[in-house]
Design a binder for this molecule. Structure first.
Ligand SMILES: [Mn+2]
Length: 347
């Protein structure tokens, strides 16, 4: 068991699972590999190992690049596709899990349903500032690679698994490795000693890592790869203070027929440049830009997200939003705003 887990909490969780029949598992909006991987892992464990009627319920359907993370046959519902079913399932559940985010506000349109549910609620997450008062049971630490890794250690601590990853359902083991791999950017960031132990456990348990990597990194659309090249060549700007930024406008999205989520990971690329301290990617939506921020050690993405972009996350990987006309008069003013952030936060 890893240090942040306590025997009483594990016993409490085991009792909650034992006593429930229908489980709703939620994760954050715009689900990434960790949100989908952890949700898939838990749904498969609860169904296959515990015989529970478990369903994952997310606010929106995943981008094409991460969709294959969901194992065949794993029950997932999406608010943007099956709104009535999502609401009915949440209302009819007697146990609720929230994964890979620190509160129900990150489930957007599902927030009210979840908060109205009288079922016991369990949080399993690795972001800062968990909304503890909303949950009956909280597993939360930022000192871990991913929600998938934390879930791995929680599942391994349960009596039926007893520390032996080979007792996890194969779909669960694969989804856990997949979620951790995406959140660490394939063992590049937020890797802890426990992360390697987890990976080692899962490989011992028979997970096909080559298959996981191929699903994650060898199935992009050609358009996506060409768009990445264009953005790095034509769009990338670097300020004198060392802020790299790219702005994915609607025009660029249309030109390359980019789908939601297809720029995932791009924000990390400029950090490989020696003089870059921080990288920001903006994606244009109807009245705001979605903001992704990554930083090198010693520079806080989290602080910039919290003070300039109504957001937060992790010390070196955060996100937020930039609204018009609230924060900037119009989308065209985004570059000037970023230049100012660079000057104020990095010099
Ligand atoms: Mn995560």
């Amino acid at each position: 068991m890893i240090a942040c887990l306590h025997t009483e909490d594990i016993q409490h969780l085991d009792a909650l699972v034992e006593g429930c029949r229908r489980v709703a598992i939620a994760a954050h909006t715009h689900p990434d590999g960790d949100a989908l991987g952890s949700a898939a892992a838990l749904v498969c464990y609860l169904r296959q190992s515990r015989g529970k009627d478990a369903v994952a319920i997310l606010p929106d359907s995943p981008a094409p690049s991460v969709r294959p993370i969901i194992p065949d046959g794993a029950p997932f519902l999406f608010l943007d596709r099956q709104p009535e079913e999502c609401r009915k399932r949440i209302a009819g559940s007697d146990l609720v899990f929230l994964l890979d985010c620190n509160g129900f506000s990150r489930t957007e349109g599902l927030q009210e349903c979840f908060e109205a549910s009288p079922a016991p609620k369990v949080l399993i997450d690795h972001h800062l500032n968990p909304e503890r008062e909303r949950f009956d049971l909280v597993f939360s630490t930022p000192e871990i690679s991913s929600a998938s890794e934390l879930l791995h250690w929680v599942l391994l601590s349960l009596p039926d698994i007893g520390g032996d990853a080979r007792k996890l359902p194969a779909d669960t083991a694969k989804a856990l490795l997949t979620g951790m791999t995406t959140d660490t950017n394939n063992f590049a960031n937020s890797v802890y000693p426990s992360t390697f132990r987890m990976a080692s456990d899962l490989l011992d348990a028979g997970v096909d890592r080559d298959g996981v990597l191929s699903t994650l990194y060898n199935q992009y659309r050609e358009n996506r790869v060409r768009a990445m090249g264009f953005l790095q060549y034509e769009d990338l700007r670097i300020t004198p203070e060392g802020l790299a930024y790219m702005i994915v406008t609607r025009d660029i999205r249309e030109r390359f027929d980019l789908e939601d989520g297809e720029t995932e990971g791009l924000v990390n690329v400029p950090l490989s440049i020696d003089r870059v301290k921080m990288s920001i990617l903006l994606k244009e939506e109807t009245d705001h830009f979605r903001v992704s921020i990554r930083s090198k050690k010693g520079w806080s993405a989290q602080q910039v997200a919290a003070t300039r972009f109504h957001g937060g996350g992790h010390e070196n990987a955060s996100g937020g939003k930039l609204y018009w006309p609230g924060d900037i008069p119009a989308p065209a003013n985004a570059a000037a705003f970023l230049e100012r952030v660079s000057h104020e936060c990095l010099s």
